[in-house]
Ligand binder design. Structure first.
Ligand code: PDD
Length: 284
């Protein structure tokens, strides 16, 4: 079955030349996106993703491209046309098509793009294995709370990580504190046993997985502290992990080539991980 995408009110082959040359998403990265996990035909935490989409669009004064009900229908139909039940859904909204000019013309119609690709959940053993990451300076813009398609610094950082054999990197700010990963949120368990993560604000993306995992961790009776933590503190942490739609809750077992504690996934991390897996299966 050839892949089908939804592009600007049409379902087209993914190979079709469907985006206009003067689309502002293409020329200015003037748009936002969401990545949503779909398990057994059901998009997980869809309302939370649509809430964030609306927040990102509002921050950039781009109108919603369609009602929530219409967006859900388009997502369902794109999954159906691709014959997929376990998938990652990519949804992009950009400001629309206009002759190239930085200043935004009035009454543009936003461009909506939806693509889906097969993706099964990582197996529990895979998740409990853990990964190594490296840290790099955060040189992104100052509105990382907006899920902008302008991802060049993230791309370059991930590329540097890949060259070092790491599938994720953590970024740190001018004070030496970790902001987040190139495509995930960052956590440690500190020497007092608190689950620590950077508070929401313009320095990080408010992850949907973060929102759910913090709720589940608090529900488990784990002490959650939202405060900045330094790279040095991460090096000396008891445990570390990251969260994202595609990686779920993934233990970080080495940072900058040094093992986190004994270099094995920790016992506190495993609790929100298990609860999160249950949450997804229930949602599905
Ligand atoms: N990345 N921080 C950044 C910079 C991200 O790009 C992402 C998501 C997250 C985690 O957000 P969530 O839990 O809602 O997935 C945090 C997506 C998956 C991506 O770019 O593919």
């Amino acid at each position: 079955m050839s892949r089908v995408a939804y592009v600007d009110r049409r379902y087209v082959s993914i190979a079709a030349p469907a985006v206009r040359v003067e689309d502002r998403g293409l020329q200015f990265a003037d748009g936002v996106y969401e990545v949503i996990k779909c398990v057994s035909g059901r998009p997980c935490d869809l309302e939370r993703h649509l809430n964030r989409l609306e927040r990102s669009l509002t921050a950039l004064a781009i109108p919603m491209p369609a009602s929530r009900a219409a967006l859900k229908t388009i997502i369902r139909s794109t999954l159906h046309r691709n014959g997929l039940h376990d998938a990652l859904i990519y949804l992009q909204v950009d400001r629309g098509v206009a002759p190239r000019n930085h200043v935004v013309p009035a009454r543009l119609r936003p461009t909506l793009i939806v693509t889906v690709r097969r993706s099964s959940l990582p197996r529990a053993t895979e998740l409990s294995h853990g990964i190594g990451i490296i840290t790099l300076p955060d040189d992104r813009w100052k509105r990382c709370d907006i899920k902008s398609v302008s991802l060049l610094p993230n791309v370059l950082a991930r590329q540097q990580g890949a060259a070092a054999g790491c599938r994720e990197i953590w970024l740190y700010d001018a004070d030496g504190c970790v902001t987040e990963g190139a495509g995930s949120n960052a956590y440690i368990v500190d020497t007092d046993g608190n689950l620590v993560t950077r508070p929401l604000g313009q320095a990080i993306l408010g992850g949907v997985t973060r929102e759910v995992v913090l709720e589940l961790a608090r529900d488990e009776g784990i002490a959650v502290v939202e405060r900045p933590f330094s790279v040095a503190e991460a090096h000396n942490a008891r445990e570390a992990f990251l969260t994202s739609t595609s990686s779920l809750v993934l233990p970080v077992t080495a940072i900058d080539g040094r093992g986190v504690a004994n270099g094995m996934p920790g016992s506190i991390t495993s609790r929100p991980l298990q609860r999160y897996l249950d949450h997804m299966m229930k949602a599905a």
